[in-house]
Write a protein that binds this ligand. Structure first.
Ligand SMILES: *Cc1c(COP(=O)(O)O)cnc(C)c1O
Length: 380
């Protein structure tokens, strides 16, 4: 079945008792045994829960994997998968990534004795040179946040496979609707379902999807042992949100591309970072690897932080807030907000600047979005 159909039906069947069309919220911690030594399919909700299973199976189908796992937050998913690495292992990580992932790797993973190296994985020679005998895995994110740089997932997966490394990709920005890393040879897909997959800014959640049965078994073990799973109420909400993923992503993509073109022509804009623009240095890779560009991108206003702050203070329809991927438009300042958890020199080295603004373009009418930014630019 096609993506739009799977998003609505995969992992879900009518409730066997009443025929409820939506999967019920099985808000229970435990399940009665049929008899002594006779557990049912589920015995305790940390180990498994029917509402959670419906979402896990649905996401596995959407990423074209064989097993899915959902977690309390995106960071809980990341913390769980990082437990595949232990003391003495080496992990290669792309040097331009979500601020929370950077903080987890530097302040938690390294404390566990894992050697973490940040490498620019757009340079495949640098990647090859960074691999050591104890390298266990490579962590990618594409497009990156907020710089909208892309990684060639197929090429990275090929090099990693030759060297026996596990490849991980944070696919939050595009969702499986526009990019399916497992089909490009990546081993593990990670999501913050808080963003596009849920899409309604009312849940925090995370997911891991894999194809390999051995990896699935290890993640299932870790999810239960660490207790990082999502609760049934949150799973229900994400399950509802994901049903419209396809139509929402089309609308986000259309609006964001239109806004990117409009901003690129605006006299108060220095540059626009959007992989769908021909001015993007990796536009060709974007067209090859992704089937759309998503709804989040960045631009730099002419001037400095002061000019960016004036624009941020003047918007009305766009809400000044962190996060992305919801139906409503959000706007934020990476330097002082989402990426403040990175040391200043790391932010600067990445290329984040004070005049940079990131927008998560919602699915309101494009004319209203443009009108709001136009009036806000009037105050800059
Ligand atoms: C938000 C986000 C995360 C973290 O997810 P939470 O649900 O906030 O814990 C990880 N990676 C990316 C790319 C994100 O945007």
């Amino acid at each position: 079945m096609r993506f739009e159909t799977l998003a609505i039906h995969a992992g879900q069947s009518h409730d066997p008792v009443y025929g409820a069309v939506m999967t019920p919220i099985y808000q229970t911690s435990t399940f009665a045994f049929k008899g002594v030594n006779q557990p049912r399919e589920f015995d305790y909700s940390r180990s498994g829960n029917p509402t959670r299973k419906a979402l896990e199976d649905c996401l596995a189908a959407l990423e074209n994997g064989t097993a899915g796992f959902v977690f309390a937050t995106g960071m809980a998913a990341e913390a769980t998968i990082l437990e595949l690495c232990g003391s003495g292992d080496h992990l290669v990580v792309h040097d331009d990534l979500y601020g929370g992932t950077y903080r987890l790797l530097v302040n938690v993973t390294r404390r566990h004795g894992v050697e973490v190296d940040f490498v620019n994985l757009r340079d495949l020679d640098l990647f090859r040179k960074s691999i050591r005998p104890n390298t266990k895995a490579v962590w990618t994110e594409t497009p990156t946040n907020p710089l909208m740089n892309l990684l060639d997932l197929r090429a990275i997966a090929e090099i990693a496979r030759e060297r026996g490394l596990t490849t991980i990709c944070d696919n939050t920005f595009l969702s499986p609707y526009f990019q399916r890393p497992l089909e490009l040879g990546i081993d593990v897909v990670v999501h913050s379902t808080t963003k596009y997959i849920n899409g309604h800014s009312d849940v925090v959640g995370g997911a891991i999807i894999v194809k390999d049965a051995g990896l699935a078994q290890q993640i299932k073990f870790l999810q239960n042992a660490m207790g990082t799973c999502a609760g049934p109420q949150d799973c229900f909400l994400v399950l509802r949100g994901v049903k419209t993923l396809g139509v929402r992503m089309e609308a986000h993509n259309r609006n964001a591309l239109a806004l990117a073109h409009w901003l690129e022509a605006h006299p108060k804009v220095e540059r626009v970072l959007h992989p769908g623009l021909e001015s993007h240095p990796q536009h060709e890779l974007a067209r090859r690897q992704m089937s759309g560009y998503g709804g989040t991108f960045s631009f730099c206003v002419k001037g400095a932080e002061q000019e960016a702050f004036r624009l941020l203070g003047a918007v009305k329809l766009f809400t000044l807030a962190e996060s992305l991927g919801g139906v409503e438009s959000l706007i934020e300042h990476p330097w002082s907000m989402t990426h403040a958890s990175m040391p200043e020199e790391v932010r600067a080295a990445m290329g984040i600047t004070g005049n940079m603004i990131r927008i998560s373009v919602g699915i309101e009418h494009i004319d209203d979005q443009i009108a709001d930014l136009e009036q806000a630019f009037g105050k800059v």
